[in-house]
Design a protein around this ligand. Structure first.
Ligand code: PMP
Length: 411
């Protein structure tokens, strides 16, 4: 019996039965968002049918059920990431909100004039803009780790950027624009030698490889539920307990306080201090179900299958005349970025859509790295474990037809 049965996996995802423009849907936009297995859809329905309540605040039965479900999900996330303690997991809306939380709490408290924040050239705008805002407010400086022509970060150059003024190093584990797998463990270790805190953006990594935050030794690790087969509107900030306990809150309100008078508020500890107001309870529970699902299949099985699929897809794309891959690092996950002679990326995206194939074409919210490669936009198929070699064949066939048609293309 094969360790990984893609057809069985596909049956778990009802949306994969959709047809688009008369063809079976081929979903190659997994870096933008992933689809949800029936187990997640059912878990959300079960919550609203049997458990729905606000949490932590009432003596009644449904409040207890909802609180158990929500805190149970936090526990699943902690185990999934290999966190030392459940209290190290904060629920937020997603990666974007998570990075903003870190910038506006730890950053506001610890970054001052003349301090330095290091990011890599590969970063998504979500891992650039919050740091720029912080730097502007504090008079701090942003430094950028350059990449080589394959799209891999240059560790030697990174070491030269570190100084005693470095407060934060924030890097993605997998590039959403090129697919590069970044050696975050080494980057974190070097940051720590200079007393900086290390933030890892796991938005594109957690669904493709086993992550252990203690092994990476990240001070913060952030990801989005919707990119790992969970609901939208829920995400996670992992932070080391001692760091979280020393951090001020960011949003104030209900749920996050121990005591309030008009003179003074005493805050809860982590993680509730960072979860003001009614959070996204059902979707946190849904995320827990998504992680259970992924664990049942096994991240090692997923990584192995996807690696083979990525190699297969890379070989296939390279047979398309006039196609240029952007991002050719040795170590890549899921993402293929390319441009095709004679076509603008959005034209390729539209032509693929006519065949039922969903890809992203554009700048992928990562303009600096595309410009590093002389592009304003690329076409980006991105894979998940429910994709197949046959789907890749269809993609390659359509691209070959386009490549053969450039002469006849209406301009
Ligand atoms: N970082 C990376 C690397 C991403 O790929 C994304 C999503 N494209 C984000 C951050 C932002 O995630 P979200 O939109 O879920 O907040």
């Amino acid at each position: 019996r094969p360790a990984f049965d893609v057809q069985a996996v596909r049956r778990d995802f009802p949306i994969l039965q959709e047809r688009v423009n008369g063809r079976p849907l081929i979903w190659f936009d997994n870096a933008a968002t992933t689809h949800k297995p029936q187990a997640v859809i059912d878990r959300l329905a079960y919550f609203y049918q049997h458990e729905n309540s606000n949490i932590h605040r009432a003596a009644h039965e449904l409040a207890a059920r909802a609180t158990d479900a929500y805190e149970g999900a936090r526990n699943k996330v902690a185990r999934f990431l290999g966190a030392a303690q459940t209290e190290e997991i904060i629920f937020v809306r997603g990666t974007t909100e998570g990075i903003n939380l870190i910038a506006k709490t730890w950053g506001a408290q610890n970054v001052g004039e003349g301090d330095e924040i290091i990011v890599s050239h590969l970063e998504h705008h979500a891992n650039i803009v919050p740091w720029q805002q912080l730097a502007a407010a504090k008079g701090a400086k942003i430094k950028v780790i350059p990449v080589d022509d394959s799209g891999q970060v240059l560790l030697g150059e990174y070491r030269k950027l570190l100084t005693s003024r470095t407060r934060i190093v924030s890097v993605t584990q997998v590039s959403n624009a090129l697919g590069t797998v970044v050696p975050v463990k080494e980057i974190v270790a070097e940051a720590h030698r200079f007393g900086a805190v290390a933030v890892v953006d796991g938005a594109q990594s957690v669904s493709h490889m086993r992550v252990n935050v203690q092994d990476i030794d990240a001070d913060f690790f952030v990801f989005s539920g919707h990119k790992i087969f969970g609901p939208t509107g829920i995400g996670v900030v992992y932070g080391k307990r001692d760091i979280l306990e020393a951090m001020p809150p960011w949003q104030g309100g209900g749920n996050m306080i121990a005591d309030v008078t008009f003179e003074k508020t005493v805050y809860h500890g982590a993680p509730t201090r960072f979860e003001a107001g009614t959070g996204n309870i059902a979707d946190a529970v849904g995320l827990g179900a998504a992680l259970d699902y992924v664990e049942r299949i096994g991240l090692e099985n997923i990584a192995r299958y996807e690696h083979d699929l990525l190699v297969y897809a890379t070989r296939g794309l390279l047979t398309v005349p006039g196609l240029k891959l952007i991002g050719t690092a040795q170590d890549k996950a899921s993402v293929l970025s390319f441009v095709l002679d004679g076509y603008r990326p959005e034209e390729v995206g539209k032509a693929l859509n006519e065949e039922g194939i969903a890809v992203r074409s554009g700048h992928h919210c990562a303009q600096p790295i595309l410009r590093r490669f002389g592009q304003e936009a690329t076409v980006r198929p991105s894979l998940a474990f429910y994709n197949t070699c046959e789907e890749v064949d269809t993609l390659v066939a359509v691209l070959k037809r386009l490549a053969g048609n450039t002469g006849r293309k209406a301009r």
